[in-house]
Design a protein around this ligand. Structure first.
Ligand code: DP6
Length: 345
């Protein structure tokens, strides 16, 4: 038997930054599900002759053996045996590809971990029938994704997902993401043009960055701000208030980087070109009054967020001005998408 899931990456509007316990977030976060950047992961499974209580996998990345990835996945699978006791009685052949080139500065852990988690849930359901209810299935896949990489739990629902307990958001949880289904139509076709400032590997991983929040003197204020921003951006997402949406998205991006700068040790992931791009985007917005905003992940690249109605204008801006600040003029086009899909079984 073999299951193949395609799962996309996501871009946070309100950022998850700081965690505790077993991958539990310090604040709520909300993200756009993307569409062009995805991982596609097949898991083929056969029964072992005897259960030797070991996780045994073969892993191919883009058709080739990759020891570093294989070790990471084996370690992860060993850590979730209590969620999937059947894992040790199977031989798993896992094969994964990414739709985007490896060195673009686009994080692949969200798409990769969610695609893997969905495959494991399909196997569980095949063997036990325990996840035949769609909501239970997605919830477990989100929990397992979270254990692999926090932000991965937000990758599989259409358009927008919320993760983290927030008193202002009903049914929200620290353990899994929930779909946000009340979005104004305008956000469902939003674009994310990723301005690649650098495709180098990050100097400080997100996991190390989360760790540094433990001693950041702004931490408590930050968690409050994020919880409030989640509630406020939900309003803007419901009403279609683009100004309010953009103000919060940009505040979140800059706060994330301010937290890195104020960590001990401090570090800076933004590059001179990142700052130049921010200022070009804000100047353009002031001059044209068009609703084009930015967000930034834990890296130097700038994500340009805008509605489909101004696609042509923004493409001109990118071509004439913004791409000059990018590494080799590189821009990756993505947009809001419909979430994970089962490709074959
Ligand atoms: C800046 O989910 O990559 O993208 O849980 O340690 O795997 P781990 O971290 P990760 O952190 C993502 C941080 C972020 C913000 C976000 O996606 O919310």
């Amino acid at each position: 038997m073999k299951y193949t899931w395609r799962s996309p990456s996501n871009i946070a509007l309100v950022k998850y930054w700081g965690k505790h316990g077993i991958q539990l977030p310090r604040n709520s976060s909300i993200s756009f599900t993307l569409s062009n950047a995805f991982s596609e992961t097949s898991i083929e499974f056969t029964k072992k002759n005897a259960d030797n209580n070991k996780v045994e996998i073969e892993f191919l990345f883009e058709g080739e053996k990759n020891e570093a990835f294989q070790n990471r996945i084996e370690k992860f699978l060993n850590s979730i045996v209590s969620y999937f006791p059947f894992i040790t009685s199977l031989n798993l052949q896992i094969s994964s590809i990414n739709s985007f080139p490896h060195s673009t500065g686009i994080a692949s852990s969200a798409s990769a971990m969610s695609a893997l988690a969905l495959g494991l849930c399909s196997i569980e359901n095949e063997l036990t029938g325990a996840l035949s209810n769609q909501e239970d299935f997605m919830r477990k896949a989100s929990i397992i994704s979270r254990l692999g990489s926090g932000s991965a739990c937000r990758s599989m629902y259409p358009y927008l997902s919320i993760w983290g307990k927030n008193d202002g958001v009903s049914n929200s949880s620290d353990e899994y993401a929930i779909p946000f289904t009340e979005s104004n139509e305008i956000y469902k076709t939003f674009h994310d043009s990723i301005l690649i400032v650098s495709s180098d590997e990050k100097k400080v991983s997100s996991t190390a960055g989360h760790e540094l929040m433990h001693n950041n003197i702004f931490a408590e204020t930050r968690y409050k701000q994020a919880n409030k921003n989640t509630v406020d951006i939900i309003d803007a997402l419901k009403s279609g208030d683009l100004d309010k949406f953009g103000l919060i998205a940009e505040e979140e991006a800059l706060t994330l980087h301010a937290l890195m700068m104020t960590s001990n040790p401090s570090y800076i992931l933004l590059q001179p070109e990142s700052l130049k791009l921010i200022s070009l985007i804000r100047d353009y917005r002031n001059e044209t009054k068009l609703p084009v905003y930015f967000t930034i992940d834990a890296g130097p690249n700038i994500h340009l967020l805008y509605p489909h109605s101004i696609f042509n204008e923004v493409q001109d801006l990118i071509k004439n001005e913004l791409s000059k600040q990018c590494e080799g003029g590189r821009v990756i086009e993505d947009k809001v998408g419909i979430g994970a899909t089962l490709m074959s079984k």
